[in-house]
Design a binder for this molecule. Structure first.
Ligand code: TRP
Length: 334
């Protein structure tokens, strides 16, 4: 059975973008692969090193999100990155396999660095060694568990390519040691935000979270962007530019009626939004029920994380034994 590894940064609760873009896929994949799902707290700290309590809190929040959508701890291994020092060790050895200029050329790093520049001004001043090096650490995440495939979205592809380069260089120098992973591009689309932005994102303030209350969901959907050319309630409109219809497509039945009524002008936006609110709440009901269960059983969540982390650590230890051997760092082994 092949191994997959993927990760999520614990910087906030997960939203519909994560759900439709990644999580539904992960839930399926756990039946077909030996699956590792990493809660990447070390990587989250590269951006949030000054806010450790945020990261700490969100490790459990994200764990509950994963469990609530159907990641099954009996099938998959959910683990906490920082609790596996072998990843940090491999990161150090990998850091010799990549030049600083190559890291600066990584498109994902480049885009994030540009964002930082916008926020903080001078680029060099705001970029830490840890941030620049997170692709190296991500390469260690993947390969220390012998990941064959990495389920990711488009934005992560440069990181997988970087991993492959690092592994090739490592194997060239120290002998065939680690596996070159491949990406498994998610077929699911990127989900747009309530404001019509191409991306639903925490920092964009346009997301519906899996744990949003019915009240919050109501308010958010009431504020969603509709066809700007529709002024009066019974103006005909174009559902293809309406975010309410966009979300109907994700959670509602009878789309043909919704679509044609909208086009004919016999569907007011307020009613259409109310219908969506009901459907969205119905859609999230199961997920929220599971969340409630885990919130009421924090010891069970901890147990799942501890068991997953122990399993993952055993695999990482195995890999690092070979790595150290091949790097001639096994001084005291008999
Ligand atoms: N960089 C990923 C993100 O921001 C999270 C991540 C951490 C990851 N380690 C990983 C993804 C390993 C795939 C494989 O979403």
């Amino acid at each position: 059975m092949k191994t997959i590894l993927t990760g999520v940064r614990p910087t906030g609760n997960l939203h519909l973008g994560h759900y439709f873009g990644a999580l539904t896929n992960w839930v399926k994949l756990q039946n077909e692969y030996n699956s590792y799902f990493e809660i990447a707290d070390v990587q989250a700290l590269t951006d949030n090193f000054d806010n450790p309590s945020k990261v700490r809190k969100n490790v459990r929040e994200v764990a509950i999100d994963l469990l609530s959508v159907g990641i099954d701890p009996n099938k998959a291994t959910i683990f906490v990155q920082s609790m596996i020092p072998e990843i940090a060790e491999l990161t150090i050895y990998y850091s010799n396999m990549v030049t600083v200029s190559r890291l600066f050329r990584n498109p994902t790093v480049k885009a994030e660095a540009a964002q930082k520049k916008e926020l903080f001004g001078n680029e060099g001043e705001s970029i830490t060694y840890g941030f620049l090096g997170y692709p190296v650490s991500q390469a260690a995440d993947i390969t220390v568990f012998g990941g064959d495939l990495v389920p990711v979205g488009e934005d992560q592809l440069p990181l997988i390519e970087q991993t492959r380069e690092i592994v090739r260089k490592f194997n060239n120098i120290y002998g065939e040691t680690l596996k070159e992973p491949e990406h498994l591009l998610s077929a699911s689309p990127r989900i747009k935000g309530l404001d019509g932005n191409e991306k639903m994102g925490k920092s964009l303030g346009n997301a519906i979270y899996l744990n949003d209350s019915e009240e919050v969901i109501g308010k958010k959907i009431m504020g969603a962007v509709t066809d700007p050319n529709k002024i009066k309630k019974d103006d005909p409109a174009n559902p293809d530019v309406c975010m309410v219809y966009y979300y109907h497509k994700l959670v509602s039945d009878d789309l043909d009626t919704i679509c044609s009524d909208c086009k004919k002008g016999c569907r007011g936006c307020v009613n259409c939004k109310k219908e969506l609110i009901n459907n969205m709440n119905a859609f999230l009901k199961d997920i929220k029920e599971k969340r409630k269960y885990y919130e009421e059983h924090p010891d069970e969540v901890d147990k799942i994380l501890i068991e997953g982390t122990n399993r993952a650590k055993a695999k990482a230890e195995e890999t690092m034994k070979i790595v150290r051997n091949n790097m001639q760092l096994d001084y005291f082994d008999k």
